[in-house]
Design a protein around this ligand. Structure first.
Ligand code: G6P
Length: 381
């Protein structure tokens, strides 16, 4: 099927703008929108076989690139909401050094294309090495993918479709959004079944999920022009540091990956508290720092980490909540996102990251949709 740019300069821009629709589609697919907190039915419609859930003790996730970052957020959600110990590994590492077998373990391969060689191999290894073991070690395999007709779906027991529609830009944006949705619904579903979440908290998160599409739209409508202007200050930039803590640490990694992929600016994503153990030595007026400091458990700590960067003359950008009154004093430039539950915040904080890398690459006149040396899906090892 021919996919058009529909008036956008690049597919990546179009795909960034399609993210509210991706969230809406996933909400419709995986949530009973008529559910009320008083109901004794489950609000979730993932349609996974019971064998996935029975006596489940451990989860392991394998993925590459942006999909790995979605998996890191998934790990956080699965542990926080469903209280299931969850390991995550680069698929390319897992395939040659798989960890010791753990019992009653669900293995999740995340791959938007469903064709990435390393992710496929990791899932296949898990299947074959568990084959002749006693039942508690049998494999349970789930794929989170945007292509329900892809290679990985022929290996696994079940699939969660990320419903993002065809993604053309090599740098993943809307498929990442669909992957996040898959993990919100999977971890809430597991939490509900295991009784690790109160009905009130579940209702609160569901309410929060439903407003995400309009909150993403607010960021796109109010921030894009500003971010486009900001991109000019990156004309000479050679290095940048992204900081985040807790559930927003993977968004710092994703912000850095996006900038590398399409702008060819060297960027590192770091957990805010680790900056003092290395990256701080790189900082000076030429190295901008982009810090995610959303209200929640780690807000004060993340802010003080960011201030350490400012003390080294770095230009400091803050991705903050709209209601954060102190942000203008702390940061040189503020990128506000609507107020949101900390657990849902990555869905919003990733949007300014995508817009920044997009506009910096476009301003530099680079081939945004087809960056050098990269491929949309890497089917070789
Ligand atoms: C390539 C793409 C990345 C993508 C990664 C994993 O490197 O350039 O954007 O995140 O592959 O792809 P997958 O299809 O497995 O999610």
């Amino acid at each position: 099927i021919a996919v058009e740019k529909q008036g956008f300069r690049h597919f990546m821009a179009k795909e960034i703008y399609e993210q509210p629709a991706v969230v809406r589609t996933c909400l419709e697919a995986y949530l009973d929108l008529d559910w009320t907190p008083g109901s004794n039915k489950s609000p979730f419609k993932l349609d996974l076989p019971e064998s996935i859930y029975k006596d489940l003790e451990n989860i392991q996730i394998v993925a590459c690139g942006t999909s790995l970052h979605a998996g890191m957020i998934g790990k956080y959600l699965l542990e926080e909401l469903a209280q299931i110990p969850t390991a995550i590994q680069y698929a390319s590492e897992f395939r040659y050094s798989p960890p010791p077998l753990t019992p009653n373990t669900l293995t999740i391969g995340i791959t938007q294309s469903g064709e990435t060689a390393d992710t496929l191999a990791a899932v296949e290894i898990e299947q074959s090495r568990r084959k002749d073991k006693e039942p508690k070690y049998y494999s349970r395999l789930l794929a989170v993918t945007n292509r329900t007709d892809s290679a990985i779906t022929r290996v696994v027991d079940c699939v969660i479709d990320t419903h993002a529609g065809m993604e053309i830009g090599v740098a993943a944006t809307k498929t990442f959004m669909g992957q996040l949705m898959a993990f919100y619904f999977l971890s809430l579903d597991l939490a509900h079944r295991r009784g690790t979440i109160t009905v009130d908290r579940m209702a609160e998160i569901i309410t929060g999920l439903k407003v995400l599409p309009s909150q993403i739209e607010v960021i796109l409508e109010t921030q894009e022009k500003y971010i486009e202007e900001l991109s000019h200050s990156f004309l000479e930039t050679r290095d940048a540091i992204f900081l985040g803590r807790g559930i927003n640490f993977p968004i710092a990694l994703e912000g850095a990956l996006k900038l590398k992929e399409i702008s060819y600016i060297h960027a590192e994503g770091y957990p805010s508290g680790e900056m003092k153990h290395g990256p701080i030595a790189l900082l000076d007026a030429k190295v901008p720092v982009i810090a995610i400091t959303m209200p929640g458990k780690v807000y004060e700590k993340a802010v003080s980490n960011a201030q350490e960067a400012k003390a080294r003359d770095s230009h400091l950008y803050g991705v903050v909540a709209a209601s954060d009154k102190d942000a203008a004093e702390i940061f040189d430039k503020v990128l506000p996102v609507p107020d949101v539950d900390e657990l849902l915040s990555p869905v919003l904080t990733v949007i300014p990251m995508q817009l920044m890398s997009y506009h910096i690459a476009a301003m530099r006149g680079l081939d945004v949709d087809q960056p050098r040396n990269l491929a949309k899906s890497v089917t070789v090892e």
